[in-house]
Design a protein around this ligand. Structure first.
Ligand SMILES: [Zn+2]
Length: 158
């Protein structure tokens, strides 16, 4: 016979089972996301590691791509994923390479509340590397400014 205690047990058990998160087996695994911090340390230069893995920022007006306007593509220096095109880059006075848009599905966005500010962190979707921040004060029609560390990027001529 079911008493009140048994019924409660069933309810708790059922609730626990139904809350078990589903594992998506269909999604392909990304080798870059399986890399340990030691793997990244071995792969990246100390400067690249500091910015990409420890969310550092290069000094303004020092990056090699700040005033770089050749025709081509900007890839993630850590995993080679295509992130930005030269047609998306604009001349900004902020001191970092700036883009008004990114390659579709290349970027992950994350709220960043560090340094007493609320900003949107931009991350390479493929490897999780920190790229910079996204601001809504861009001068072009998109209104967006992807402010990116040169250190996180590698340029490839078209
Ligand atoms: Zn990457």
């Amino acid at each position: 016979m079911l008493n009140f205690f048994n019924i409660c047990c069933f309810i708790i058990l059922f609730a626990t089972l139904s809350c078990t998160p589903e594992i998506n087996h269909a999604k392909p695994s990304n080798p870059s996301k399986k890399m340990t911090e030691q793997d990244w340390k071995n792969k990246l230069t100390p400067e690249q590691y500091k910015i990409l893995r420890e969310k550092g920022t290069e000094y303004p007006h020092t990056g090699i791509y700040n005033l770089h306007f050749e025709k081509g593509n900007y890839h993630c220096v850590a995993c080679d994923a295509l992130l930005f095109k030269s047609t998306q880059k604009f001349k900004s006075s902020c001191g970092w390479p700036s883009f008004d848009d990114a390659v579709e599905n290349a970027i992950e966005y994350k709220a960043d509340k560090s340094h007493f500010m609320i900003r949107t962190e931009i991350i390479c979707k493929n490897c999780g590397g920190h790229l910079g921040h996204l601001f809504d004060d861009g001068p072009t029609e998109t209104g967006e400014r992807f402010c990116v560390n040169s250190v996180s990027l590698i340029f490839k001529k078209e």
